[in-house]
Write a protein that binds this ligand. Structure first.
Ligand code: HEC
Ligand code: HEC
Ligand code: HEC
Ligand code: HEC
Ligand code: HEC
Length: 395
């Protein structure tokens, strides 16, 4: 009886194994470059490629901050975050035994430290993260994300959208989650991001409304004529295919913010109603906590500015003791300010009585002042304002 139970558990609980160790042939994206030059180039500029302790200042300082403030060791936090930021990690859980080793400084040769030092992680979410996935566990609890939701293929088998791909370098395998169901691949990580205290602060999957477009239509590119591989496999030429760009453009890319929301202004008695409209299928902003929308308002008399105001729309996070903190350590958050999918959000302004006109600019910032201060973020990108829309009217 027991043996059957054990076999049953083994058969149903096969998800959530750590990723197999990558070998020389398949470790890094540079190995794919000779035959997938375009893909490697496009992906290299993406923030998926930057999703690593060494390459993203915001991620690094957040991990360090959580490490300092929580009882777990710094490396245990790194393993935890790696589930989505570096899912090729070969250890996905750490236990009490590791904490003891770590306190006694006996962990340098441990599996955990070896896994964290592996070169395969430097590239964050690279080709082998998405294209070596065999299955996604659709039935796992909503809190189970990233590597914990994935079953990996053997190293050397690439899954993708093509039914008839043949490669001299690797085996290929077609999978639904690279075709019409590619949103499911994105939801492995872009859903249910939660704090140490269980507060969900990001959930693009939950926000997503019915849409004709997939995530990849807007964040990769629409299907276009090109080739999957530059290898001359079709009468001495690369085989023509419908493909998508691999740039994964998003919140760090200034041009994508242009027109992401549109502004309108309405006069009502002595007030001004400023409405932000979102025509996208998820909230704007979506994703990570502490993002910010900024309204810069200038009232003028003739051409002379008479008053300037700034309104910050963002969320503030507090810890158990009621102190300001970062999303990952929060027990509570202030009200969601994001503009809902296919919806609007309106704020009310009171203009000075003598104002003749008003101009309003709406922009976005990756990190609000509070969290930037807590983490001491230095790189310019975190405080840079990216323009979304502007409008001016006579009063
Ligand atoms: C975040 C996940 C993700 C990462 C990382 C990623 N891809 Fe893809 N890739 C996809 C998706 C999704 C498609 C299918 C797009 C479609 O056709 O709808 C795809 C398609 C492809 C295709 C088939 C041609 C095409 O464009 O449809 C090739 C070849 C490919 N990827 C290679 C690579 C290489 C090489 C890398 C690393 C430089 C890489 N991919 C990184 C998600 C990813
Ligand atoms: C020696 C050349 C070569 C190398 C190196 C190579 N590939 Fe390929 N790959 C190909 C060819 C050829 C195809 C098929 C193209 C076609 O049929 O249009 C292909 C197809 C693919 C596909 C599409 C599979 C499908 O079923 O949709 C993916 C994904 C892919 N490769 C990923 C990778 C990754 C990731 C690497 C690096 C670890 C890599 N390849 C290295 C030649 C190569
Ligand atoms: C293995 C987990 C994982 C998967 C699968 C994944 N992502 Fe991501 N994605 C991330 C993480 C982590 C980041 C944040 C990286 C950073 O900024 O350090 C991110 C960032 C992004 C961004 C923001 C980029 C920017 O510049 O702000 C976009 C857009 C995005 N992903 C789209 C997608 C799409 C589309 C898919 C599905 C084809 C997908 N992702 C699949 C984990 C994942
Ligand atoms: C109709 C186009 C469209 C579709 C479909 C779409 N997005 Fe977006 N997404 C946007 C726009 C516009 C923005 C805001 C501009 C920017 O990020 O530069 C955005 C922003 C994002 C960001 C960055 C948010 C931030 O502030 O950090 C992520 C992450 C993201 N989308 C993920 C997804 C995922 C995952 C899906 C599929 C479930 C998806 N998007 C589907 C248009 C789209
Ligand atoms: C459930 C998967 C998941 C886990 C686990 C996870 N993240 Fe993320 N993280 C994401 C995704 C997806 C994004 C991108 C969302 C966006 O662009 O708005 C992201 C973005 C971020 C960003 C913003 C990066 C940037 O460049 O703007 C930081 C900082 C971050 N995560 C820190 C952490 C830390 C610290 C941990 C561990 C304590 C962690 N994350 C664990 C999925 C995850």
């Amino acid at each position: 009886m027991r043996i059957w139970l054990l076999l049953f558990i083994l058969a149903t609980g096969v998800m959530a194994d750590a990723a197999p160790q990558l070998n020389e042939k398949f470790g890094e994206s540079s190995k794919c470059k000779p035959c997938h030059a375009e893909k490697v180039k496009e992906w290299s500029g993406s923030w998926h490629a930057n999703s690593h302790y060494k390459s993203d200042e915001y991620l690094r300082k957040s991990i360090d901050y959580v490490g300092r403030k929580s009882r777990k060791s710094h490396n245990a936090i790194k393993v935890q975050c790696a589930a989505c930021h570096n899912p090729r990690i070969t250890v996905i859980k750490t236990g009490a035994d590791y904490e003891i080793q770590s306190v006694m400084k006996l962990d340098s040769l441990s599996e955990v430290n070896k896994a964290l030092e592996s070169d395969a992680l430097n590239e964050g979410i690279n080709c082998l993260v998405c294209h070596n996935v065999d299955k996604i566990d659709e039935h796992a609890d909503a809190s189970v994300r990233g590597a914990h939701r994935l079953k990996w293929n053997k190293v050397g088998i690439m899954s993708g959208p093509l039914d008839d791909a043949k490669s001299p370098y690797h085996k290929t395998q077609s999978r639904d989650f690279f075709k019409k169901k590619s949103d499911d691949l994105c939801y492995v990580c872009h859903a249910n991001d939660r704090s140490e205290e269980g507060l969900v602060f990001a959930n693009t999957q939950k926000e997503m409304k019915k849409s004709k477009k997939l995530c990849v239509d807007c964040h990769m590119s629409p299907h276009k004529m090109g080739f999957a591989s530059n290898l001359p496999i079709d009468n001495k030429r690369p085989k023509k295919r419908m493909v998508r760009e691999h740039g994964f453009v998003g919140a760090h890319t200034e041009w994508l913010w242009e027109g992401a929301l549109s502004l309108s202004v309405q006069k009502k008695a002595d007030k001004l109603l400023v409405t932000m409209k979102n025509e996208n299928p998820h909230n704007i902003p979506t994703g990570f906590g502490a993002r910010e929308l900024i309204l810069d308002i200038t009232y003028k008399l003739g051409s002379k500015p008479i008053r300037q105001e700034r309104m910050s729309l963002t969320q503030h996070y507090t810890d158990k003791r009621g102190k300001a903190t970062i999303p990952h350590l929060a027990t509570t958050a202030t009200k969601d300010f994001s503009v809902p999918a296919y919806g609007t959000k309106t704020v009310t302004l009171t203009p000075p009585k003598n104002a003749g006109s008003v101009s309003i600019a709406l922009s976005y910032r990756l990190v609000n002042d509070e969290v930037r201060g807590l983490l001491d973020l230095e790189e310019e990108i975190w405080s840079k304002k990216m323009l979304i829309d502007k409008i001016g009217i006579r009063l």
